[in-house]
Design a protein around this ligand. Structure first.
Ligand code: ADE
Length: 225
């Protein structure tokens, strides 16, 4: 998979890709992530990427030209499955979307800033708009990092133990069950006995029940779907 991220703040985006699972995924060649500074596609001396709104109103709007130049340059090199715009009014990111996107070959992610981008960018270049939740961030960069993390860990081969993504919360519209490790007892706090029984079917059943109960208590909306 190749991900091209268009941003005015590449430095804000780099560190999540320089540690742990994302770093390993990149080093092992399972994913390529490229950052494009939108200012490199401007033509004026100030390298401006935004302007005032037509019709009046507070806040600056990202202009179409540098975005068009950047996206066109990328599209001239290869085909893209999706051109995603990070915005609070996009569809809310869920595990199912991360699953879908993790199977794509080439994706562009455009990070919004200020009031957002000129609507013509959204109408003519963008194929998908994604929000990471019902709150407004200062820009799309942190959202893009969240989206990339959620997608990249699902690419086959990225997680050492292939089954571990399958038992994540949300994977079957269920939250994950409780998990325990050593020591068996800590300051009087015990691990459920069943987990030492060696009875794998019973343990699996217990985990399923616990996942269901936790989901019913915390996220009943997931069970309704
Ligand atoms: N940009 C600003 N807020 C955002 C959000 N909630 N999700 C994605 N991109 C954003």
């Amino acid at each position: 998979m190749r991900i091209d991220i268009i941003t005015v703040l590449p430095e804000l985006l780099k560190s999540p890709f320089e540690a742990s699972i994302l770093k390993r995924a990149i080093e092992s060649g399972l994913v390529e992530v490229h950052f494009h500074n939108l200012r490199d596609y401007t033509t004026d001396n100030y390298k401006s990427v935004d302007d005032t709104q037509f019709g009046g109103g507070a806040g600056m709007v990202m202009t179409i030209e540098p975005i068009d130049k950047c996206i066109s340059a990328l599209k001239a090199e290869r085909n893209y499955d999706d051109i995603i715009y990070m915005t609070p009014d996009g569809e809310t990111l869920r595990q199912g979307i991360a699953n879908q996107l993790s199977l794509k070959e080439n994706i562009i992610i455009l990070c919004g800033h200020y009031k957002g981008v000129d609507q013509r960018v959204r109408d003519h270049f963008i194929t998908r708009e994604i929000s990471i939740g019902d709150y407004v961030l200062s820009g799309g960069e942190l959202g893009a990092a969240v989206l990339c993390d959620a997608m990249i860990r699902l690419i086959p081969g990225v997680l050492g133990n292939e089954t571990s993504a399958l038992t994540d919360s949300f994977q079957d519209n269920l939250l994950a069950p409780p998990i325990y490790t050593k020591p068996r007892e800590y300051k009087g706090m015990k691990v459920p006995e069943l987990l030492f029984s060696g009875n794998l079917p019973a343990i699996e059943k217990w985990r399923e029940e616990q996942a269901y109960l936790r989901t019913k208590e915390r996220r009943p909306d997931l069970l309704e779907e």
